[in-house]
Structures are given as C-alpha cells and as structure tokens.
Ligand binder design. Structure first.
Ligand SMILES: CC(C)(COP(=O)(O)OP(=O)(O)OC[C@H]1O[C@@H](n2cnc3c(N)ncnc32)[C@H](O)[C@@H]1OP(=O)(O)O)[C@@H](O)C(=O)NCCC(=O)NCCS
Length: 148
C-alpha cells in the first residue's frame, strides 16, 4: 500500500469513494477531483490517494486559502474504514505541508457533533469555532485547526 498523487485514471475509483458524501457537496467535489488529477498543477489545489494493490481506497485534498491551508475533502471507502487509513492520509498531508509548505496552519471544517469531529481531534486538530448554517441551512459546522 502507498500514498501518492492522484492520476486521471483514478477518477472512477475516487468517485466510488465519494458516493458516501452528502449530495450537496458533490458538484464542488467533482470539479476539485478534476483539478487535482489534472496535469496542469495550479499550485493551489492538491491531493493524495491511498492505494492498496491496484485499488484506490482513500482520498484527501487540500488547497491554499490566503495564508493558510484548507483540508477540503477526506474520504475512505466504506468497506475499509476504521483501519487507520484516514489517519494515515491526514498525517501524510501534515508531514507534506510541514516539509514542503509555506504556511503554518491547516484548517478543516466538518459537521459539528459528527464522528469526523472526534476523528480530527484525535489527529491533533483543535476546535476554533462553530458556525450555524454555513453551507447547509440547519447544519452547524465546526472549524478546527492544526499548527504545522
Ligand atoms: C472520517 C474518515 C475519513 C475516517 O477514516 P478511517 O480510516 O475510517 O479512520 P481511522 O481508522 O483512521 O480512525 C481513527 C479514529 O477516528 C475515530 N473514528 C473514525 N471513524 C469513526 C466512526 N465511524 N465512529 C466513531 N469514531 C470514529 C476513532 O477514534 C478512530 O480510532 P479507533 O478506530 O481506534 O477507535 C472516514 O470515516 C470517512 O471516509 N467518512 C466519510 C466521509 C467523512 O465524513 N469525511 C470527513 C469529513 S470531511
């Protein structure tokens, strides 16, 4: 197994992983997938996939947001969850940014109270705030940050 940059040929398997996400986010996630698998690296959006044999079973993306990094999408194939793959992808991104990045903060937003909040806290993130109705009316988003 290895963590590597995504390729155009990974798209189908990544889309399979993304099916579990809320449909409201799908349009943005698909254009992001196009961007991170494109050969034309724009310097601001990047990502990694977790490959097991020839299967892609995990996916993480990040973008530069003014003077911080924003972790945009993280997903592990449902039949491979709870095996530390998500933690490995987050740790890989953190190490990558520590050694290759120019900013000192990695931010992430997720649904407040969802298990992903606990997942990010376990990965070393700290809560910086909670915002009502940020992306979906009636849903609170928790903002967390990691000091690189
Ligand atoms: C969130 C996600 C990426 C975690 O990936 P994963 O590989 O399953 O997570 P890990 O095995 O690395 O979990 C590490 C810890 O996070 C917590 N955690 C992870 N999944 C959890 C769950 N379903 N319920 C409760 N705690 C959970 C646990 O503390 C876990 O440690 P443990 O298994 O020793 O108890 C994965 O569940 C996923 O793809 N979810 C759907 C998409 C999503 O919600 N993405 C994040 C928001 S953007």
């Amino acid at each position: 197994m290895k963590i590597r940059k995504p390729k155009t040929t990974d798209k189908e398997q990544v889309m399979e992983i993304l099916k579990q996400m809320s449909p409201e986010y799908m349009t943005d996630m698909l254009s992001e997938l196009d961007r991170v698998t494109s050969n034309k690296f724009d310097g601001k959006h990047f990502g990694f996939v977790y490959e097991d044999g020839k299967d892609v079973i995990g996916y993480i993306t990040c973008r530069e947001n003014v003077a911080t990094y924003q972790l945009e999408t993280l997903a592990v194939h449902p039949s491979h969850q709870r095996k530390n793959i998500g933690s490995n992808l987050v740790n890989f991104l953190i190490q990558y940014l520590k050694y290759n990045g120019r900013f000192k903060v990695l931010n992430v937003n997720t649904e407040h109270g969802d298990y992903a909040e606990e997942f990010y806290i376990r990965s070393g993130f700290e809560i910086s705030g909670v915002i009502k109705d940020e992306f979906i009316p009636g849903i609170e988003q928790v903002h967390l940050s990691y000091r690189l």
